[in-house]
Design a protein around this ligand. Sequence first.
Ligand code: NAD
Length: 336
Amino acid sequence: MHNVVLIPGDGIGKEITKSVTKILDTAGAKINWIECKAGEGANDELGTPLPEETIAAVKEHRIALKGPLTTPVGAGFRSINVALRQQFNLYSNIRPARSLPNIDSPFQGVDLVLFRENTQGLYIGKEHWVDKEETHAESIAVVTREASEKIITAAFEYAKKRGRKKITLVHKANILKLTTGLFLEIGKEIAQNYPEIEFEDLIVDNMAMQMVMRPQQFDVIVTTNLFGDILSDLASGLVGGLGVTGAANIGDDAAMFEAVHGSAPDIAGKGLANPTALLFSALMMLEYLGEDRLAEKIRSAIYTVLQEHKKECTQDIGGEGNTESYTEAICKLLRD
Ligand code: NAD
């Protein structure tokens, strides 16, 4: 039995986590779900968006499946997602983008996995005003050897384990010679330890063009925080958008799996939410737990439902159904 902390979160979070846990349970996953609170709901109820009990549960069990959390714009608490990533040093943000059957998208045959460094770069929040009048701002980017080695090694190890053939390291070392130059240099060093995996590097602007011209050429991509943030959404866009893309945040001894979309307050409580993104995140979690065959069985059921039972799917992906009909269609296949 695996203990997994389940954070339903805000908005459509309850609906999609209910769907995902039902599908995993129906497939026979041996998971003991430990439900914990976080987000706006937790803030209203307990006066904190990230209660101590939730942190303690993640500390104890080291693995969490998280629905979307509402982050107020401007004032209010800072992003809980960022807080959780920092607290548990979840330095790898992993975002696969794979073409899906019967999903409207300009591309077919895309099957790439993007590794984004999750803890540094321009996202460390070191910003300040240079002048009193606040007409001149500066932001500091941090890249360290240690963190770069960790994320690049994680990408190579993933490629090796999953039989992937090529790593593309994305940088801007022609301009940002020290920060992304260091990242590139470390990539070249680490690549020497994996002679069976092809290694290439691309400058980020060229990469953006290549990804929309011929995304099929990419296999595993590794990059720094800001570039990864942008390119991972671009990658999702290649295969149908954020509603069908899973994500994992993984550190040395803890992992959090989450949907990349938000809490969708416009459709919350209406039973219309599409659980696919969180479901794909949950499949990454099963793989992390060593349950690859179970993950494959569920993936195959999702593909069949998209291909042959489109009517039962949620409306955002062209179906005529809702969360419940889609969930039930997948569960029916898993039971048969
Ligand atoms: P959103 O992703 O919540 O919604 C954008 C649009 O996509 C909406 O029309 C919504 O109905 C639709 N949508 C999103 N997920 C869907 C799903 N699973 N099924 C069907 N339709 C779906 O983005 P937003 O409106 O900009 O953000 C709302 C809140 O979510 C904000 O508070 C934001 O901070 C938060 N947010 C959280 C996360 C996270 O927890 N990882 C990520 C992004 C945004």
